[in-house]
Design a protein around this ligand. Sequence first.
Ligand SMILES: Cc1ncc(COP(=O)(O)O)c(C=O)c1O
Length: 412
Amino acid sequence: MDNTFRMINDHAVGELSADIIFKIAALARKANEEYGSDQVYNASIGALTDDDGKLLINNTYYEVLKSLPNVYFADYAPMTGEPEFLDASIKACFRDVEVEGYKEAVAVMGGTAAIKHVFWNYGDDGDEILVTDWNWTPYNQIAYENKRVMRSFNMFTPDNKFDVAAMEESIETLMKKQKSVIVVLNFPAHNPTGYTPTKEEAQDMFDAVAKLGEKHKDKKIILLFDVAYMDFAGERGRDFIRAYKPMPNNVLSLFSYSLSKTATAYGLRTASLISLSSSADLAMEAKAAVTFSTRGTYTGCVRSAQLAFAKVVNDPALREQFEKEREGHVALVAKRAAAFLQEADKVGLKHSPYQSGFFISIPCEESNKITEELFEKKTFVAPMPKGLRLAICSMAEWKCAKLPAILADYVK
Ligand SMILES: Cc1ncc(COP(=O)(O)O)c(C=O)c1O
């Protein structure tokens, strides 16, 4: 920050600076215009597109949405959310997985709002919030905006398993100085690595957290499962929920279930924050607190988006059609990922333990420098603190197959 006179207060940032990823995407677009898209490898933007870069859309959802009467678009939704939507979101999030405990849901304006409301309601000013070292970078911004700070812990052991010990140690360290510890866990189909835990790994995580809860009865642990990409993770995606076991009352699990990817409803800003607790009161407390935050932030969410989702989930024929469309999208991403991984193995390019999702990452030093060097190959990726993020969700399969050889020349 320079010494320019400002009207805004000290904690406000107030700069219209473009996100680095959007800047890189703009360069990629320019290269496309100059050289033609066949010459350009744009792995920078995390949106699911067809081979020509057009956004893929779940048409079933939009047909239902557009068939709703105008009043559903015009009217306010209840502050807590439409009851049918809340029930449908729990049904869609947990599917066939039975968990022991009390569940409550509240509508929020996208997963981003869920994260914001959790940071606000479960953390104190200045608190540190835990996240894996490979992470979705806006968590930092959301924390900053709410006077909290992100603190990362090592995500993978050398054999690419989730580093449960690192998580446990970080929670216990923070417990010594804070009343509560929020841990953000963005899996399955983690952004940016594509990691999805096995049931056994998740069991170890839940065991570790339950043990800490029992040991430090005067402290609280909040597990925020940011399941933004869960519906792109296939059957294995919900294995971590299958591993859930009842937790002590001072451990609360929250699931941020967003329609952004699930229903390709990115712009409709609709999600459900689902609480899961061994205590009915504490599950309900989450719903009440977030409803209050909703009132204090944006006064309710988009009614039509909620009602359309409820209609899809509750009508077997519509649901089948909706799932079928999404399965097509999932299969497309899987083909692109397989093409990339096969070639990466051939050229010896190390990559994250990808199972599913929109991104694969390449661990490396000096990711900013490499990102810039790659421009000369008309290749555009997103630099992360621990490596390069590749949005395979937006690249044709043949380009995914060629990318490893390009990257291998730059990543040592
Ligand atoms: C990991 C992760 N979490 C949360 C979000 C927030 O999505 P939304 O606010 O659109 O639900 C995103 C969006 O890209 C994401 O990648």
